[in-house]
Design a protein around this ligand. Structure first.
Ligand code: RM4
Ligand code: MN
Ligand code: MN
Length: 409
């Protein structure tokens, strides 16, 4: 990184010669915002052993303090998503003040519909109306929290489904789900949005009530314009063409946001870009294509949803943000005019080479230049590790004993 200035000079000359507006690329990179999840800062995640870390955040307040560190060193992570009840506090306005004092805002509010005994047969789709009531009320409480702290999005992941054929009436569950969502949506004042996440299996193993993007899209269109689909990169069967889903939802104006992560096998919640960076690049290629098309109305929330169990938590968030920045920067370098011409002429290899040209560009000097313009250290990971914050929280907060199973706090 010490040599980045010289590398940046060579790269920006080369890009300019390729007809790329380097200034516009830098400005786009500065505007990119990535929300980090409160649950990544606490001892949490995985249904197996949770390995406790010295200094892991113990309260919602500490999670926000840690998120502020990620923003301090990256400059592009100004909001943090909350998960209720993991981040339940008595006074949400005070929590918001705490965030604001640290230069952050509170992002998406995530209701929890998967950790209560009552939800064995479902939450918003449960056959018993009393349980549905409880689940709806919890979501309404989250709408109220969002209103109090000025969050724009309610991010709904529905764990509902069945694990045995015949367990419940599939169409009946669809009706119950729509009815429950309608009540929640009706309570959401504009411009608040409902982001509907889908997942093709787990924790239910026979069917999930929102199994894929199509089911989430169906619900969104039934509800109204402020209901959108949330794409969690880990929630598809292996081999699914996620960039196509992204392009389609963008084109329909229903792409509400992302849960950025990576998977090798199932819903692994690994570091975004760690397994298949080319796939991440191809997803960003569709996003940039949408951004540059005046016919596409885009309002996409970019949120990390990773389970940090082995890596150090704050550095893991910084690393994730860097990976996303790399993919976005590469996608911004695609020569779209040449690509369109190659596509039109049926020059298949040429078209692919245009993508590969961008993908194979080492964009690190570009990111360094952008960070310098933001007044940041050009190497956020090293700067954080040098800062002494990690040692400070380790000594001040100590280490919990850890535990097992899915925990949020
Ligand atoms: C799910 C999904 C949700 C997350 C839960 C805990 O698999 O990704 O977004 O909140 O896990
Ligand atoms: Mn998710
Ligand atoms: Mn997940």
């Amino acid at each position: 990184m010490r040599q980045w200035r010289e590398a940046y000079r060579v790269l920006s000359d080369d890009l300019a010669a390729r007809g790329i507006d380097v200034r516009a690329v830098l400005e786009a990179l500065k505007k990119q915002h990535i929300e980090t999840p409160s649950w990544a800062y606490a001892d949490s995640g995985t249904r197996f052993k949770v390995f406790a870390q010295p200094g892991a955040a113990r309260t919602a307040y500490e999670k926000i303090e840690d998120a502020a560190q990620v923003h301090r060193f990256t400059g592009v992570a100004p909001s943090v998503a909350l998960h209720i009840p993991w981040d339940k506090v008595d006074d949400y306005a005070a929590l918001q003040d705490h965030a604001r004092a640290l230069g952050l805002t509170l992002g998406a509010i995530n209701p929890n519909l998967f950790q209560d005994d009552a939800y064995k047969l479902g939450s918003l789709t449960h056959p018993d109306g009393a349980v549905r009531r409880k689940a709806i009320d919890h979501c309404l409480e989250c709408v109220e929290i969002a209103r109090t702290v000025g969050s724009r999005d309610i991010s709904l992941w529905l764990a509902d489904g069945t694990s045995t054929p015949g367990q419940d009436h599939l169409r009946g569950r669809k009706h119950r789900l729509l009815e429950s969502l309608q009540e929640i949506y009706a309570a959401m004042p504009a411009p608040m949005r409902l982001l509907i996440e889908y997942k093709f299996f787990e924790p239910a193993f026979y069917h999930t009530d929102l199994g894929d993007w199509g089911m989430a899209y169906l619900m969104a269109t039934r509800l109204g314009e402020r209901a959108m689909v949330l794409v969690d990169l880990g929630h598809h069967p292996l081999g699914t063409n996620i960039e196509q889903i992204v392009a389609l939802l963008l084109d329909e104006g229903r792409l509400g946001g992302f849960h950025l992560n990576a998977k090798k096998y199932a819903d692994d919640d690994l570091t975004v870009g760690s397994i298949n960076p080319y796939e991440l690049f191809l997803i960003y290629n569709e996003l940039v294509d949408g951004e540059q098309d005046p016919r596409v109305q885009m309002d996409v929330a970019y949120m990390l949803d990773e389970s940090v169990n082995i890596k150090l938590k704050i550095p893991a968030m910084i690393q994730s943000i860097i990976n996303v920045q790399v993919a976005y920067a590469q996608a911004l370098l695609v020569d779209r005019k040449a690509l369109r011409e190659a596509q039109q002429a049926g020059c298949v290899i040429k078209a692919e080479e245009i993508l590969l040209d961008a993908y194979r560009t080492d964009v690190r000097p570009l990111l360094a230049a952008m960070r310098e313009e933001l007044g940041l250290d050009v190497d956020p990971l090293a700067a954080y590790l040098r800062s002494g914050y990690q040692e400070k929280i380790a000594s001040e907060r100590g280490q919990a004993s850890g535990g097992s199973g899915f925990q949020g706090a």
